[in-house]
Ligand binder design. Structure first.
Ligand code: NAI
Ligand code: A1CAB
Length: 295
């Protein structure tokens, strides 16, 4: 049971349909910010009781794998967050559809999956919010893109924004921009971690201890991000301030340029967006195949 006394911002029950990394990041962020009572959060997954037990003990949420209970939660909760992998989404949505009540809000975090395909797989014009968060939501520093279907009410719109604003920045966008947003902020943390891995490895190869190299790298990335945020200066202008003509930074940047760093990052973001579209198209194809069979 909950210890808080003040009424939290969110008082609706929220079911997480899928209890993996992204669902946990959102739940952790929401609970850390006390915007919802833990016992208003229900987490469901396909089969792992151990995983649900871990989430129950870590956050005090409700988690169940009992088929009857699962069905009841999904049928009655005003908000259902779809948080399974894209490959599992079609089957999950088909079985969810017949149990949904009119007006139950579906919030999806699934990469590539369009609002149209969600409604098609469910078989109803359910209100749908398509989002693309990232795992930094777990510490309240997420960045989430959000698009609404026209069935979403003003109240549901506010509720969805409350959820994601509580765990970071939100950006309401046209749905057709969701793939490029995925390339920047959904998958973006992985690129930064990759860069950090390389910087840490270089420090170690050069004789720093692992701890020193990691600590210096983390502070450098944190400081650079904060500098952009707090000075309001463009990254390019800040970069120039680090780069003395003929100095060591310029020498390093020349090596990055030789590897076509700038265009490589653009190509990676673009491939990420393309891959999201491919995953979306595969789900749409599953919907079309099903519709054909029914004819
Ligand atoms: N991990 C990330 O950084 C981000 C992930 N996403 C999206 O979040 C979704 C989940 O990704 P992760 O959490 O990384 O995956 P994950 O593999 O960690 O978690 C997926 C969960 O879904 C459950 N699941 C599978 N089929 C199910 C079903 N029929 N009913 C109920 N639960 C079911 C699995 O048991 C597992 O708990 C994906 O669609 C991904 O595109 C979006 C933004 C960022
Ligand atoms: O890799 C993926 O497909 C998901 C989507 C954004 C981050 N992770």
């Amino acid at each position: 049971m909950c210890q808080q006394t003040a009424k939290p911002l969110i008082n609706d029950k929220i079911v997480f349909h899928g209890a993996g990394s992204m669902a946990e990041a959102i739940v952790r962020g929401l609970i850390a910010r006390s915007v919802i009572y833990a016992d208003n959060i229900i987490m469901l997954n396909r089969s792992s009781n151990e995983r649900l037990a871990e989430l129950r003990s870590r956050y005090g949420v409700i988690g169940s794998n009992d088929p009857g209970q699962k069905e009841e939660y999904l049928r009655t909760s005003p908000v259902i967050v779809l948080a399974m992998k894209p490959k599992d989404a079609a089957a999950a949505l088909r079985s969810l559809g017949p149990n949904l009540q009119d007006g139950q809000l579906i919030i999806s975090v699934i990469a590539g999956l369009s609002i149209r395909t969600i409604q098609g797989l469910i078989g109803k014009k359910q209100p749908v919010v398509r989002t693309m968060p990232n795992t930094s939501s777990s510490i309240g520093l997420g960045a989430t893109g959000i698009s609404f279907s026209k069935e979403v009410s003003d109240e549901q719109r506010r509720l969805s924004l409350n959820i994601f604003e509580a765990i970071g920045l939100t950006s309401v966008i046209e749905e057709e921009r969701m793939e490029i947003l995925t390339g920047i902020s959904g998958s973006g943390p992985a690129y930064i971690y990759y860069m950090m891995e390389a910087m840490i490895a270089s420090g170690i190869r050069g004789g720093l201890s692992k701890e020193q190299s990691a600590e210096l790298t983390v502070q450098t990335v944190l400081g650079a991000a904060r500098m952009v945020q707090q000075t309001g200066e463009e990254p390019a202008a800040l970069r120039k301030k680090v780069t003395s003509p003929g100095g060591s930074t310029q020498a390093a940047l020349e090596v990055l340029d030789k590897g076509d760093f700038f265009e490589t990052v653009i190509a990676a973001v673009s491939r990420c967006a393309e891959r999201s579209r491919e995953m979306g198209a595969a789900l749409e194809a599953e919907l079309s195949a099903e519709t054909e069979k029914e004819r």
